[in-house]
Design a protein around this ligand. Structure first.
Ligand SMILES: Cc1ncc(COP(=O)(O)O)c(C=O)c1O
Length: 476
């Protein structure tokens, strides 16, 4: 047993050992059925007489918390009653005000709705588990044979090469392995960029509606976060605040509206960043799934002035639980980004990164993306048809031809209470998201429908129930 017992505190030695064991049993560090060390062994470890330990054990046995079994030892009783020792609230350590948030709800797994149009998750059924398992096992074997030790903070070299090649082909982003820094998803990429660029009080411009985790992250780093409206061409460059140090955008597939940023806007944004000495963070989080037309070049490929940090992730193409993403930054920012990565995290998980490198190099990634795109395209089409059919009475779809979600705004001539529709849909087993939850300053009535999590054959029934929800709410 590796339980630490201190001998400080009031009372004789037996009382102190009794108190320590009692606490450990009541707060669950010692679990029912667990065997305690023999009195002789514990006495030697604590440098006390065996009799002292026996007295403590006997007291706990008399209290029903320990059970002595002849010939096999002393065990924690079956179901000790009690609760963890309470710490007086006012005495406990507190975080700084920014993080002094009320405790969240207990982490109970939410009930999975029957028709889950939740946003942000790819289909776990599509994940190529047998291939991944094989690659991961091989890499674990290799990693434990090679010298174990700390690695390059920029990430596994093979993965950086594979990422550079892969996005060169699929997204026309020109980069070499030296340009790529591997991160724990897009979120860590945003954190690193923020740490390197933002001083407290600096202005960071984000899209509205937009991606709340990015807004919250920049705020947590001390930035003054300013919302900039988005229209059908993307972020309104004319509305950018003059002193912005950083502009965060999702130009390939605006989150959550789904529209691509027009070429004219891309040029205007790059020009603006050059004139205002600002950095653009281009979050290209799910554009690998494309259903028609050629995508526009990323801002990174159009950038001639070293103003764009390109951020990518494998959370959508594979799974969010892998926690692998990357950033490609101008050479001028690279030493700082590497230094921050080393300081805050070092190199992430090199085994997962090595397996992913092989997954990309062997052609599995493009194969998987092609297959998944066919599945997602079918779901996208079913939703688009319903939006043009039954749901057209209330909703106007926002055109989008990529990614894992679509957005539809409420028609001005067909008012419906969207929160009430979302609640009614939930009652019917359908999860959809309220567009307002992504709006900061300018609330827009509408809904966002993800199709990563819902099996294709459930989409029509789910949409039929959503239509029923609209009908029920408008009739009230
Ligand atoms: C706009 C946007 N960026 C990035 C991500 C992915 O983040 P991560 O790579 O940290 O999982 C998401 C996921 O929902 C997203 O919606």
């Amino acid at each position: 047993m590796d339980l630490h017992l201190g001998l400080d505190g009031p009372g004789d030695l037996a009382t102190r050992i009794h108190r320590q064991l009692l606490d450990a049993i009541l707060d669950g560090r010692l679990r029912p059925g667990e065997r305690l060390p023999p009195t002789r062994e514990l006495a030697r470890r604590l440098d006390v007489s065996r009799n002292t330990v026996s007295v403590a054990y006997e007291r706990l046995t008399a209290e029903g918390l320990l059970v002595a079994r002849v010939g096999s030892g002393t065990f924690v009783g079956a179901a000790p009653v009690g609760s963890p020792r309470a710490v007086r609230d006012g005495d406990a350590a507190r975080p700084r005000p920014l993080w002094d948030v009320p405790p969240g709800p207990r982490t109970v797994e939410p009930e999975t709705p029957l028709y889950d149009f939740g946003v942000g998750t790819p289909d776990p059924e599509l994940f190529p588990l047998p291939v991944w398992r094989r690659l991961l096992t091989a890499e674990w074997r290799a990693a434990t044979i090679r010298t174990a030790g700390y690695r390059d903070a920029a990430g596994h070299h093979g993965l950086r090469e594979a990422v550079a090649r892969s996005i060169g082909r699929s997204r026309s982003v020109r980069a070499t392995a030296a340009d790529v820094l591997v991160t724990h998803g897009a979120q860590q990429a945003l954190d690193l960029v923020g740490r390197v660029l933002i001083d407290p009080g600096d202005v960071v411009a984000v899209e509205d509606p937009g991606y709340p985790p990015a807004r919250h992250l920049f705020h947590s780093l001390g930035a003054r976060v300013v919302s900039v409206p988005v229209d059908r061409e993307g972020l309104d460059v004319n509305a950018l605040p003059g002193g912005a140090r950083l502009v965060y955008v999702t130009p390939s597939h605006q989150f959550p509206l789904g529209t691509p940023m027009s070429l004219a806007r891309r040029a205007a944004l790059l020009d603006w960043a050059g004139r205002h000495d600002a950095v653009i963070v281009e979050d290209d989080y799910d554009s690998e799934f494309r259903f028609s037309d050629r995508p526009l070049d990323p801002l990174h490929s159009l950038d001639r002035a070293g103003r764009v940090v390109y951020v990518g992730t494998f959370s959508k193409t594979l799974l969010p639980l892998l926690r692998v993403g990357f950033l490609i930054a101008p050479a001028s920012l690279r030493p700082a980004l590497h230094a921050v990565k080393r300081l805050t995290d070092w190199h992430g998980d090199p085994v997962t990164q090595a397996a992913l490198a092989r997954f990309i190099d062997s052609g599995e990634l493009p194969r998987h993306v092609r297959k998944a795109t066919r599945t997602y395209a079918a779901r996208h089409e079913l939703i688009t048809e319903a939006l043009a059919g039954d749901l057209a009475e209330w909703l106007d779809p926002v055109p989008s031809t990529a990614g894992l979600h679509v957005c539809a705004v409420l028609r001005p001539d067909a008012p419906a209470d969207i929160p009430a529709v979302v609640t009614e849909a939930r009652r019917l087993g359908v999860a959809v998201e309220d567009l307002a939850s992504y709006c900061h300053e300018t609330p827009r009535p509408g809904i966002v429908l993800g199709y990563g999590a819902i099996p294709t054959d459930r989409v029509p029934a789910g949409l039929a129930r959503l239509t029923r929800s609209f009908r029920a709410v408008t009739k009230r």
